[in-house]
Design a protein around this ligand. Structure first.
Ligand code: NAI
Length: 389
């Protein structure tokens, strides 16, 4: 229930399209052409799609508010650009980000709050948001998909280290050549794994890696884990990033994208990484310099790169990280931005978005402090830099 309703508000929602996946199971490829389900139904669990709209349309409209939903966010006919001029609330998702840059923020004269359905609000120019319309609120659903991402990180590490992708390609192609894939297949046991960022996701990754008996688990972050947590996980902090990556067989990136992480993994830092190591990035595409990573994989300096984040998104067809392969073949475990949008995660970030929206629309403004990124003209979190140290 929306409590103590005030004026009617226009909400603009930018999500990815679900198409037949969200609306009609009749079109599932796995079913024979004459197959008829007894009940024709949609797939409402795909809440993060334009079809299912995080499940908020009826709730908003019953209260007299307006909801405009679109996936059209770029180009001359962008619905996002057209509709943002009078929207008071903009909700977008990192999986199909409506980039709220300074130019767009300047046009959004009614905007009061930008909500990220998920985690990571780097698609909003946060410095500009601090000044827009006297300082808008930027909030995200902290914690909503951290388990989903941590699981994906562990999977990607294993997929790369075990050289799964080219091996599976052989099977799909009707081939069988064990040596061709075993020559680049290793065990995770005995390897050194390090995370850049040991927040909610980074710590969960380390905890999930513990049973693999790695040689060492390392982390680089300007915030330290408690001594109890370090002892429980069996990990060690390294205070210099270059020093950490030089020791690692696997590096996983789990920090936000902000001014000091933009392009962090460039030619210079990558050259400090151990030859033959793997890099996993499920944080944000722009934390790495895509050309430099692609070059390092193609030269064999990196044994592989995997993850699900790109810049921009959707990734253009010619994005170099779609095709970068190790000289032995494989070494590419990239997928579309999906790790944090599992069906379970969608339920959580849809519920969290609704809670933030309710808090705003009701005028209570009783947000969870951890959800606030920008509030009352200032940064509310330390995660986006060392500002609040
Ligand atoms: P968090 O806020 O709990 O942790 C982030 C950690 O990074 C903090 O400990 C912070 O001190 C650290 N950090 C910040 N700047 C750093 C730097 N320059 N070097 C080293 N550490 C730094 O955030 P959480 O929930 O762990 O998420 C991390 C990031 O993962 C998000 O900001 C988002 O970009 C990404 N993410 C990706 C998803 C996906 O679907 N691929 C889904 C959810 C999050």
């Amino acid at each position: 229930m929306l409590t103590s309703m005030r004026k009617k508000v226009k909400v603009l929602l930018v999500l990815y399209d679900g198409g037949s996946h969200a609306t009609d199971i009749l079109k599932e490829k796995s079913q024979p052409p004459d197959w008829q389900p007894r009940v024709r139904r949609g797939v409402p669990e795909l809440l993060g799609t334009t079809e299912n709209e995080l499940g908020i349309r009826k709730w908003l409209e019953d209260a007299g508010h307006t909801l405009v939903t679109t996936s059209s966010k770029e180009g001359e006919d962008s619905v996002f650009d057209k509709e943002l001029v009078d929207a008071e609330v903009i909700i977008t998702t990192p999986f199909h980000p409506g980039y709220l840059n300074a130019e767009r923020l300047a046009k959004a004269k009614n905007l009061k709050i930008a909500i990220t359905a998920g985690i990571g609000s780097d698609h909003v120019d946060l410095n500009a948001a601090n000044k827009t319309n006297g300082g808008i609120t930027v909030a995200e659903v902290t914690g909503s998909n951290v388990v989903s991402v941590a699981e994906h990180v562990v999977m990607t590490i294993l997929v790369l280290v075990r050289n799964f992708v080219p091996a599976h390609d052989q099977i799909r192609n009707g081939d069988w050549d064990v040596a061709a894939v075993a020559k680049n297949e290793y065990d995770l046991e005995g390897k050194v794994v390090g995370t850049v960022g040991v927040g909610r996701i980074g710590e969960r990754v380390l905890r999930r890696l513990k049973p693999f008996d790695c040689k060492e688990l390392l982390y680089f972050d300007y915030q330290s884990l408690s001594p109890e947590a370090e002892a429980e996980i069996g990990c060690r902090r390294v205070t210099d990033l270059a020093e950490m990556v030089a020791q690692c067989d696997v590096v996983t990136i789990n920090c936000p994208l902000h001014e000091s992480t933009l392009g962090l993994f460039n030619k210079e830092l990558i050259s400090k990484m151990k030859p033959g190591s793997w890099l996993v990035n499920t944080a944000r595409g722009a934390i790495v310099v895509k050309e430099d990573v692609a070059e390092a994989v193609k030269s064999g300096h990196l044994r592989g790169y995997g993850g699900d984040v790109w810049y921009p998104q959707p990734a253009p067809k010619d994005h170099p990280l779609r095709y970068a392969e190790h000289p032995f073949g494989g070494g590419n475990a990239m997928v579309p931005h999906m790790s944090g949008t599992s069906i379970d995660a969608q339920k959580r970030y849809a519920a969290g978005t609704k809670a933030i929206l309710d808090s705003y629309l009701s005028g209570r403004h009783d947000y969870r402090p951890e959800d606030l990124i920008v509030y009352q003209g200032d940064y509310a979190t330390r995660s986006y830099g060392e500002r609040k140290k």
